[in-house]
Design a protein around this ligand. Structure first.
Ligand SMILES: C[S@@+](CC[C@H](N)C(=O)[O-])C[C@H]1O[C@@H](n2cnc3c(N)ncnc32)[C@H](O)[C@@H]1O
Length: 436
């Protein structure tokens, strides 16, 4: 494919230290000199042919471009504007719609001109800069997430030598970004946080994020936070009603808990990571919902066996009308194995036959069985409970595509009495193979 004159010069390919000056590229463009009072109508006519690059206005005062006006006795005329045209679309005057332009009083001889400009680093978007610099045949360089003032990347091996350059470009091109990091490990440690390498900017990892109308502050290097879950958080919070109780077993820094409390739910929120629990408490205070939220810092199974049980007994005693209890278990790699903590949570005396605890669980999991994803999720739940709860499942929802061969699902089910009052000794079976 021919090199577009609007892309950075070929010489920047392979650069590993950002040299902004090397991006300067001469560019000859065609232009129209237009009397000030016709400019709106002319722009309407040539809209699709105007030059569009970042940090360069396609319509300028003629005097702003001086002394660049080629053949231009009109250069420097304050009564005139100049419309810059895209060199890919307008190579000479024949490419312009003269019948319409003539009606507006323009003539080729007086209005058409050529200007010697130059594009610089400022005139390229981050993706154009990176595409020009990085090895041409490989991809995956520009996908990143932003949390507050911080951008985080997951650089593939072959791009590691370009890490500092990529960091510098992203910081230049995204206003408000002060820190760019590369995540060093996959997110498989207990607390789901990353170790990270600073690529550009300050080593300041305490970030402020907003989600679902609430503010969240956290040390991004110590806790889990994923902006891609925003919609799912919102979806689940939308299922809750004022007066409901939310039992957030793996709460992180509070993206379910805080908005739910803002909505008027009572919340018990837990996380094993002391740093998550600390920022969770901070966010609860900062969002002024402390009176409706209790926070805990313990293992999720223990939280279910003690705090969820206590909340369930209180609920059964108080019977608060139409209210519902919701347990959220968002630790997709493991949460499905924690559902056995609901087995035998209550004794038959605490939940006598015929009585009902309205407890709905929202459990997240990954599946790699793409062809039979929903069945595999249902089967995992049944296997970990040691029984078939199909009739209690409300929804099996595909949350997102985590990797080409990995999906994140939520299974929402009402925890039945047969689970809550199961004999504690009943073993949960291991995960079955899906072969239908
Ligand atoms: C995937 S994150 C989800 C955080 C938050 N709920 C969200 O949606 O962003 C899982 C959380 O579980 C916590 N965690 C990991 N193992 C745990 C355990 N055994 N008990 C309680 N929390 C645990 C991690 O510290 C992490 O904050």
């Amino acid at each position: 494919m021919a090199d577009s004159p609007l892309l950075p010069p070929a010489a920047v390919r392979g650069m590993t230290l950002l040299d902004r000056a090397a991006f300067r590229r001469p560019l000859d463009v065609c232009a129209l000199r237009v009397p000030r009072d016709s400019i709106t109508a002319v722009c309407r006519l040539v809209k699709a042919q105007m030059l569009r690059v970042p940090a360069l206005r396609p319509v300028q005062q003629a005097e702003e471009l001086e002394p660049g006006l080629a053949g231009g006795e009109a250069g420097g005329d304050a009564a005139q504007k100049v419309v810059l045209l895209d060199p890919g679309q307008v190579k000479d005057e024949d490419d312009l719609p003269w019948p319409g332009l003539r009606q507006l009083g323009l003539e080729p001889a007086a209005s058409f001109c050529r200007l010697p400009l130059a594009l610089t680093y400022e005139n390229y978007r981050a993706d154009a800069v990176l595409r020009a610099v990085l090895p041409g045949d490989q991809d995956g360089c520009t996908s990143f997430s932003r949390v507050g003032h911080l951008i985080h990347l997951n650089l593939k091996e072959h791009l590691l030598p370009y890490g500092r350059l990529i960091g510098a470009v992203l910081m230049d091109k995204h206003s408000g970004v002060r820190t760019v990091v590369n995540k060093l490990n996959t997110i498989d440690n207990t607390f789901r946080n990353f170790s990270m390498e600073l690529l550009a900017g300050e080593p300041d990892y305490v970030v402020d994020a907003r989600e679902n109308g609430c503010g969240f502050r956290m040390d991004f290097s110590q806790v889990y936070w994923n902006p891609r879950l925003c919609t799912e958080h919102e979806r689940v919070v939308a299922l809750l009603r004022r007066g409901d109780t939310l039992l957030d077993v793996f709460a992180g820094v509070g993206p379910f808990a805080v908005p739910a409390a803002r909505k008027g739910c009572h919340v018990l929120a837990n996380d094993l990571n002391p740093e998550s629990a600390r920022w969770l408490r901070h966010n609860v205070q900062a969002n002024k919902v402390a009176e409706r939220v209790q926070t805990f810092n313990m293992d999720g199974r223990e939280f279910i066996r003690t705090e969820v049980k206590r909340a369930a007994l209180e609920f059964l005693t108080e019977k608060p009308g139409q209210a519902q209890m919701h347990a959220v278990l968002n630790l997709p790699a493991l949460a499905i194995e924690f559902v056995d903590a609901f087995l035998g949570l209550l004794s038959p005396e605490e939940l006598p036959e015929g009585s009902h605890l309205p407890l709905r669980a929202h459990v997240y999991t990954f599946t790699k069985e793409l062809e039979v994803a929903e069945q595999s999720v249902r089967a995992m739940l049944n296997a970990n409970l040691g029984r078939d709860v199909a009739e209690h499942v409300q929804e099996v929802f595909m949350v997102r595509n985590v990797a080409p061969n990995k999906l994140m699902y939520r299974i929402t089910w009402d925890v039945p009495r047969e689970v809550l009052c199961a004999l504690a000794t009943e073993p949960a079976r291991k995960r079955p193979k899906i072969d239908e």
